[in-house]
Design a protein. Structure first.
Length: 243
């Protein structure tokens, strides 16, 4: 019992929880974008179900650690390059992100061809369809976060506790973040651009071309900072025009 409350265990738990939240931010953004395709009264439920399934998926992966560790073993070779199960998942996940983000950007920029101009009715999207897409997306993001957890701790209960805590925190953050993204269209496009970047990085990682996540985080943080300045400037401009 004392070992459970030892400083080492507590520090590992705290570090893992923070990392899981940071690694899940892009996941929350995409969940918010996918949920925005549903009627307003169903969005919160879709986000909650999506994040709950995320927790189940990640804990399920934790209890399959032996399988996850074996995913780095080569399955076959292409042009002298060894391809492992992990590489296949990263390539498929990256391709999914690229395709989905491109479609969403096109819909936001050019408009949905099935949407009647002047109509407030959203194109028909099934609740189960959105939740399924959220599940597919989360499998991709879960792999990286679980592997990160495995690298930082060898205690299953610490990893599971960190994941559960992080998902609960993200459930509280998902609503305000989704509302912010919906009320600022440029942020939505920026978020989709980030997902294009992440998709490209995942595919590169699957092809054994390592891109430091530090570069990605810096690019995303700098772009977000510039967009925050733009939002502030637009607010001031509108305030001056009203006067």
């Amino acid at each position: 019992m004392e070992a459970i409350f030892s400083p080492d265990i507590f520090f590992a738990f705290l570090t893992l929880t923070v990392l899981e939240i940071v690694l899940g931010i892009d996941n929350i953004i995409f969940i918010a974008i996918l949920a925005s395709r549903l009627p307003e009264e169903k969005r919160a439920k879709a986000r909650t179900v999506g994040l709950a399934l995320a927790m189940v998926t990640r804990i399920g992966l934790l209890f399959s650690l032996s399988l996850i560790m074996k995913l780095t073993a080569p399955f076959f070779s292409v042009l002298g390059m060894d391809i492992s199960g992990r590489d296949i998942i990263l390539l498929a996940g990256g391709l999914f992100l690229l395709a989905k983000s491109t479609v969403e950007i096109h819909k936001n920029v050019e408009g949905d061809p099935h949407h009647i101009p002047g109509s407030s009715t959203l194109p028909k999207v099934s609740f189960s369809g959105v939740v399924t897409q959220i599940m597919i997306l989360d499998i991709v993001f879960s792999l990286d976060s679980v592997i990160t957890a495995v690298g930082l701790s060898n205690k299953i209960f610490v990893m599971a506790g960190a994941i559960i805590t992080a998902v609960i925190v993200m459930m509280f953050l998902s609503g305000p973040l989704a509302n912010f993204v919906e009320s600022h269209p440029t942020i939505k496009i920026l978020a989709l651009a980030f997902l294009l970047l992440i998709g490209t990085a995942l595919m590169a990682e699957g092809l054994e071309f390592h891109i430091s996540k530090g570069y990605l985080y810096f690019a995303m943080a700098f772009s977000t900072f510039v967009e925050m300045l733009n939002i502030r400037m637009r607010k001031k401009t509108r305030a001056v025009q009203k006067k």
